[in-house]
Design a protein around this ligand. Structure first.
Ligand code: NDP
Length: 451
């Protein structure tokens, strides 16, 4: 009989915590979880899933326009924000129940409340103290606002999902995933969207060709994209907000959204007092098995600020449970993690950008194609897709694949398998395309881009 109430106490019922708790339970561990908000975490409750539903909803605007070229006559389309939000909330409610039951079906005890650490083996939920042999911190992260006067007037992605009314004019600050995804969402729903990005080009860290191609495509969809521009302060003017910009101009809008990054949720957890090391951003510092500086305390997901993507958190949680409770030591592999930005058009990417590949491998071959998708020829939409392969010249191995265009996320998932398996450019060339698709371009690019 263990000296503790539980073998594992998980702080946070998001993707990483749920997977870890469920798998540990499957190995026979006595598991508890505390969640202060809603089961499912950022991804299910106020991230990936509701975002994707809004992307689907807003994309109809483009589909209605495209339909005309194919012979359809439609009435004037009307969009109702309240219906969209209610439909989204209904689905999120359903998923939340599933997440909670995943835990409960695995025999875990659920605590609805905020958990803090009293000592290395004691968790407090309100006044209730419970003890556990191992503790997993999977408390996620939260959006941050820039430090400017009037920052409290900004919404973040958290609020954007629950606005009572659709803002007719919105400024979105940032040039990363969240900024570009919400720019497409609000633009599709008919809001006037301005994106302010402080740097030279959006999507820092992505392949340069992807960055410039996407920027051009976003502008074509009607988004007012302003790079090298930031905001200096925001003030209220009646029901509207006035945004002052670094170029000295100002604009009046209905909402200003900060999409300027996220920070790990470690404040007030009691980590410092028990010696759990955090970095300058507040992330729990962990080793390859997700173990913190305190032997029995582990952390997975956004709270560790490694790669802040749901499937990565799930993998980290699974590896943790296999290692600690399954007697199968396994560390998550953070190499060649594919990702998509669900902008409109979307981006899909896996492996190295051309710039990073040159730094790491020296000599690389680059294959690139840009084309008007078949559908756009008849719809008349002014749109171009772009694909790119980066190949290690010495070994012929494909080390990066990137795309801007419809279904980029769906397409890159398959390409990521090939890259993970170490496929060479010759393997790509030997693969027969599926015609007519955009994806087939990935196996038909033959001409190297001249250096
Ligand atoms: P990102 O780090 O992707 O982007 C933040 C953006 O805000 C950058 O363009 C950054 O500029 C800018 N920025 C940061 N601080 C300031 C500031 N003080 N003033 C002005 N601009 C600023 O963060 P997001 O918030 O978009 O998303 C957080 C993370 O969540 C992502 O990195 C990703 O890991 C994950 N995510 C994944 C999604 C997906 O998989 N589809 C969707 C949404 C989020 P600069 O480049 O100059 O630093």
């Amino acid at each position: 009989m263990s000296q503790y109430d539980f073998d594992l106490f998980v702080i946070g019922g998001g993707s990483g915590g749920v997977r870890a708790g469920r798998i540990a339970g499957g190995y026979g561990a006595k598991v508890a979880v505390a969640e202060e908000y809603r089961y499912g975490g950022t991804c299910v409750i106020r991230g990936c899933v509701p975002k994707k539903l809004l992307v689907y909803g807003s994309h109809y605007a483009h589909d209605f326009e495209d339909a005309a070229g194919f012979g359809w006559t439609l009435g004037e389309p009307k969009f109702d924000w309240a219906t969209m939000i209610a439909s989204k909330d209904k689905e999120i409610g359903r998923l939340e129940k599933i997440y909670r039951s995943l835990f409960e079906n695995a025999g875990a005890r659920t605590f609805d409340g905020r958990a803090t650490l009293k000592d290395a083996h004691t968790v407090l939920i309100g006044n209730k103290a419970v003890t556990a042999d191992k503790i997993l911190i999977a408390s996620g992260g939260h959006p941050v606002r820039p430090a400017i006067p009037g920052a409290d007037l900004m919404i973040t992605s958290n609020e954007a999902f629950h606005l009572k009314e659709q803002p007719k004019r919105i400024v979105i600050v940032g040039g990363g995933y969240i900024a570009l995804e919400f720019a497409g969402i609000f633009n599709g729903f008919g809001s006037a969207v301005t994106v302010l990005y402080r740097g030279e080009q959006i999507l820092r860290g992505f392949d340069e060709d992807i960055r410039s191609h996407l920027a051009a495509e976003l502008v074509k969809t009607g988004i007012d994209l302003r790079v090298k521009t930031d905001l200096t302060r925001i003030e209220k003017k009646g029901n509207a907000l006035v945004v002052h910009l670094t170029d000295g101009s100002s604009m009046e809008v209905d909402a200003v959204m900060a999409a300027t990054g996220r920070k790990p949720n470690t404040d007030g957890l009691g980590l410092e007092a028990i010696g759990v090391k955090t970095d300058a951003d507040g992330a729990v510092v962990v080793n390859e098995y997700s173990r913190s500086s305190v032997e029995n305390i582990y952390a997975v997901g956004d709270v560790t600020n490694r790669i802040n993507l749901t499937p990565v958190a799930i993998r980290e949680g699974h590896c943790f449970a296999d290692t600690v409770f399954g007697n199968k030591p396994r560390s998550p592999d953070h190499a060649d993690v594919p990702a998509a930005v669900f902008s409109q058009p979307p981006v899909g990417t896996v492996g190295l950008s051309e710039t990073d590949a040159r730094k790491t491998y020296g000599e690389v071959d680059v294959y690139r194609t840009s084309f008007r998708p078949l559908k756009a020829t008849v719809s008349g939409r002014d749109e171009r897709a772009m694909m790119k392969l980066v190949v290690d010249a010495k070994t012929d191995r494909v080390i990066g694949a990137h795309m801007v265009g419809a279904d980029a996320g769906e397409i890159l998932q398959g390409i990521a398998i090939a890259i993970k398996a170490g496929a060479t450019k010759a393997d790509f060339d030997a693969t027969v395309g599926i015609h007519p698709t955009a994806a087939e371009e990935f196996v038909t690019m033959r001409e190297k881009v001249k250096p």
